[in-house]
Design a protein around this ligand. Structure first.
Ligand code: HAM
Length: 413
């Protein structure tokens, strides 16, 4: 059999996985700092969660879902995204107070695979459920922005827009349908069909993008309330000094959005996959799922694309171990194991060759494993010392056993 993973999926192994670990760890730490608790929901759901939640008219539901019947005859879908699941779980919990959730995991979409467009891909995200304040939109956008800064992603653009509330949507829809009908003969069949079924989705069309330059924008048809909300979001972003650009034609590809929508764009990537994250407010989703009215806002960030945009691993991703213990005297393996245990207990990253190979082979492992230092346990152990070597510079010295932990902690940088 072939050892290749299925089309459009990847094995993420060392050394590449080191950068993944750093990026995912940074997100977890930051989400916790902003008060978002961990949420874990099933990787599959009843198909209607997405049909109703994401919307029947979207590309995701029409073309990209992994849907199958399970042995009990239920229609099941591997989650193409997590927002609908998070809202379902919140409604199921019966909570009456706002909930701030963070998640991290694989999503599944049957797409045409290319770099940054995978059939299994990883998202991290937050959802602020049960809160209608514009300050929640600001907090969420800010958290995403700080995350990209923390991992060192350059060339990031924050794009924002508003789709308005239910009232503004009715006014806008009528104007949009009128406009699209006037240029219908220039549009693809798919777009022509959407004029009547779901006109906002015409903006998702890859072929027709250029023809929509003159289309009306939702920002010109906002109710007073929706306009005020959008102004508060912008004021909040200004206050936090988050640079953003307004994109009047940004509508996002999922049906649940109301009011604020935003995207994070990595300007260094090809336009086909330069959206490294996106989100918005979805005040109507709970009711579409059959629940009580629940305002909410959130984002999801695409880790596969973020790793692509980061390019070569940063220096911090290179050292993987603080110390590798090298046993130079066959009689002293027990001391070697004890030393490795002591380093690990002290919170340091340490390893040893369990195959008890030659000294040369052990040094090779230390290099390959990107250890900052090698600690040689040999005859010098008689004097209560090890030979400690910094692998990058080659500097070598004798260190007293009781000072080893402090020495490693100092050289690991
Ligand atoms: P989305 O825009 O569909 O939104 O996906 C968010 C991010 O996931 C994209 O910006 C992209 O980086 C990444 N992504 C999407 N599809 C793929 C793929 N096939 N391969 C690689 N990366 C991909 C959502 O999923 C919403 N749940 C966001 C949200 C949360 N809205 C409110 N709360």
């Amino acid at each position: 059999m072939s050892f290749r993973p299925p089309k459009g999926t990847d094995d993420i192994l060392p050394p590449d996985s080191r950068q993944w670990r750093r990026v995912l760890g940074t997100f977890e730490e930051l989400a916790e700092r902003y008060g978002y608790d961990l949420a874990i929901t099933p990787l599959f759901e009843a198909t209607e969660v997405f049909e109703r939640g994401v919307g029947e008219g979207t590309d995701v539901v029409q073309k990209e879902m992994y849907t199958f019947e399970d042995k009990g005859g239920r229609s099941i879908t591997l989650r193409p995204e997590a927002t609908a699941s998070m809202m379902r779980a919140y409604l199921d919990s019966g909570s009456q107070i706002p909930m701030k959730l963070a998640y991290s995991g694989p999503m599944f979409r049957y797409e045409r695979p290319q770099a940054g467009r995978r059939r299994q891909f990883w998202q991290v995200g937050v959802e602020y459920l049960g809160e209608d304040s514009a300050e929640a939109d600001v907090e969420v956008i800010d958290l995403g922005y700080r995350f990209y800064n923390a991992i060192g992603l350059g060339g990031l653009e924050v794009q924002v827009n508003t789709l308005g509330d239910a009232e503004s949507r009715v006014a806008y829809r009528a104007i949009l349908v009128e406009y699209l009908t006037s240029i219908a003969d220039q549009l693809s069949e798919d777009s022509q069909r959407r004029i009547t079924t779901n006109p906002l989705r015409v903006f998702d069309s890859k072929e027709d993008g250029d023809k929509l330059i003159g289309a009306p924008s939702p920002v010109d048809y906002l109710s007073d309330d929706a306009r005020r909300h959008y102004e508060q979001v912008q004021a909040g972003l200004d206050r936090l000094r988050i640079p953003y650009v307004q994109k009047p034609r940004l509508v996002r590809g999922l049906d649940y959005y109301t009011r604020t929508v935003f995207e994070y764009v990595a300007t260094g990537l090809d336009t086909a996959q330069n959206a490294v994250g996106g989100g918005g407010r979805y005040d109507g989703l709970a009711e579409v799922l059959g629940g009580r009215p629940t305002p909410a806002v959130g984002f999801s960030l695409g880790i596969d694309r973020i790793i692509l945009a980061l390019g070569e691993p940063a220096a911090g991703d290179r050292t993987v171990l603080d110390a590798f213990v090298v046993v130079a005297d066959d009689e002293r393996w027990r001391q070697g194991f004890e030393l490795v245990a002591e380093l690990r207990s002290a919170g340091l990253r340490a390893d040893i060759d369990l195959g008890r190979r030659s000294v040369k082979a052990q040094f090779k492992s230390a290099d390959r494993r990107k250890a900052a230092a090698a600690l040689v346990v040999g005859e010098e152990w008689e004097d209560g010392e090890v030979t400690a070597k910094q692998l990058e510079s080659g500097i070598e010295e004798r260190v007293k056993a009781e000072q080893i932990v402090a020495w490693v902690a100092a050289v690991r940088g």
